[in-house]
Every structure is written in structure tokens, then in C-alpha cells.
Design a protein around this ligand. Sequence first.
Ligand code: F6P
Length: 364
Amino acid sequence: MGLKRIGILTGGGDCSGLNAVIRAVTRSAIIEHDAEVVGIEDGFEGLIFDRHRKLTVADTKEILPLGGTILGTTNKGHPFEYREFDKEGGVTVKDYSKQTVENFKNLKLDCLFVVGGDGTLQLAHRFCEMGLPLIGIPKTIDNDLVGTDYTFGYQTAVQVASDALDRLHTTGESHQRVMILEVMGRDAGWIALEAGLAGRAHAILIPEIPYKMEKVLEKIRLRIEGGSPFSVIVVAEGAKEVGKEAITNELASNRLQGVAQLGGVGYHVAREIGEQIDLEVRCTVLGHTQRGGTPLAFDRVLGTRLGTEAVQAASEGKFGNMVALQAREIVLVPLKSLAGIVRQVPSDSQLIRTAESIGVCLGR
Ligand code: F6P
């Protein structure tokens, strides 16, 4: 099938490597198919309110090493349940899906590439079921999407977190302190686990394994007895103590998104340790530094491969799929198979065994 005009949008939380995808899709569509490329601005919000612009090869010249997305993104623009606020702070939820489909049709696209995480790709699936020709491209720093071995953005986030752990090591050891690093990972602990392994964390707490505080304290005490009166601990934001819920961050502006934002478990763990152990404790929250900035080579290459293979799939009319990395190859996976499933770290996985067999405490 000839591609005459294609579109691309980036939705949900950003991550490093999005611009690699935009560049690859744009260039491949123009170079291989002589197609026109339309960039939809700010995720699905740009389709709801008809905000878009033409993309050329020249527009993609300098963007490969850039973090973020040149098209903008939002995790608020849900076309089926769009939240609108009045001056008094009241919320009205509106269904803009018909308007979205109408705007899509007016754009006369042969295919729309939807780059996003679980939420955005589920929206893509809903629109495919309504007859739109869409192809998904998976992204998230959390690496928690099913169907793909890795998502781009993840390796960069792990590197940022592991660099931070290296730095916390030297200062923690010098001052004989317990250093806590809180990293992202809402439902899955991949970043904490891999960064913790790379950054020599003594304890790693992840959402999949509810932790027992006494196990963490035991580890710190053993280290003190062994002549190392300092410890470095990495905690995923979604980590929870046995029998307790994850801790949420009470920022006033969170009402705009309508989803509870996680955060604070690092300080919680720090407080508990400080009450029980005679060492000073400090907590660092890495936050959005894991999402921004220059992508590692791995994420640039993965983004580029996913982008070009997505264009190839569109030229073969294979809509309703997402491109995914499986065992070194880019393959197609039906969007419907995502179905809101989170790919968590299995608690009996090899990676967990690796950590425990070198003496890392996982709080159990
Ligand atoms: O899904 C990626 C992620 O980085 C999560 O780990 C985190 O909970 C969330 O995004 C934070 O999103 P934001 O603060 O941008 O709404």
C-alpha cells in the first residue's frame, strides 16, 4: 500500500528517545514513500482540538540527541473522558471521541503512529476498533509494557539512577550515613532493580516485593558490624511495606491530572531508619531527571528501529499492532494484547535471584 500522508503523536509521560522515533518515522516516510508527514501536537489533545503541523526532514535535523518530544505531550488529554475545569475548580468530564475521529478523517491520513505507554496505547486500540488505521510505538521509562523486551527511555533512566547511586556512595561513605535514593517506578521496580545492581545498592525496595523494615535494618546493622558504617538504598516510588499502601504525594496541582502521584516513600524509609539506627540518614528523590535529557545510544537506536519498522508495517496495512522488541528483532504485537496488563518484575525472576545471591537485601 502506498503511503501518501501519515501522522505521528507522542502521548503520556515523556522519556528520552521520543525524538529518535519522530525523526525515524518522518525520514522513513519521506525517503521511502515520498509521503507527507503531519505532527500532531500534545498527544491526543492535538487530535481533539485540531492542533498539528507539517514535519519535514529539516525539522528533524538536530533532534536525535534531544530529550523530550518536539511535538509536546500530555497525560491529561483523554478523548473519551476529557477533564475540564471551571474557575471554581469544579470538573466536568466530556467525551470528545467523535470530534477526535472527525478531525482524524479531515486530516486524510493513511496511518497515524501513536507513540505512548500503556494508557496511550490502549486509547490507540479503542480508536482502531472504531476503524482508524493506527500503529502503536511503545515507550516508558518504567519498562513495564507487555509484549516488548525493552521500551526506549528505560536504559537512559537506569543510567541516570545508577550515576546518582555512584555519587551517593562516595558522599555516604565519607560521612558514614545511610543514603536513600527514591527512583520512579509506579507499579514495576525495573529501574530500581537494575540501577541498584549497577550502582551497588545494599538494599533495593520494589513494588513487587512488599518490604519488611526489620530486614532492611538487619542489613544496615550487619554492614556496621562488618566495618562498613554506611549504606546505600534504592527505593522505587511504588514500593510499600508489608500490609501497607504505596505513599502518594499531596501536591495541590495533582487535581489537574486526576491520578494520585506517587512519592514520599524514600523519606518514609529514611525516617524509620533514622529512628532505629545510630547513623545519620539522607534521602534524595531523583524524580523527573530520569525522564529528561540526552538519550543513551541504546535508546536512540531502539527508537530509530521502532520508527522505521512502524512505517514498514503501515505500508503493508498492518494496523492495530504495536512494534516491539523481542529477542533482538522488531516484531508486531496486537494492541489488544496490552489490555492494561503491567509487566512487573516476577518475584522469583533471575534478576531477583542475582541480586539476592550477591547479598543485596530486597526487604524480605
Ligand atoms: O510512567 C512513567 C512515570 O515516570 C512513572 O514512573 C511515574 O509515576 C510517572 O511517570 C510520573 O508522571 P508525571 O509526574 O509526569 O505525571
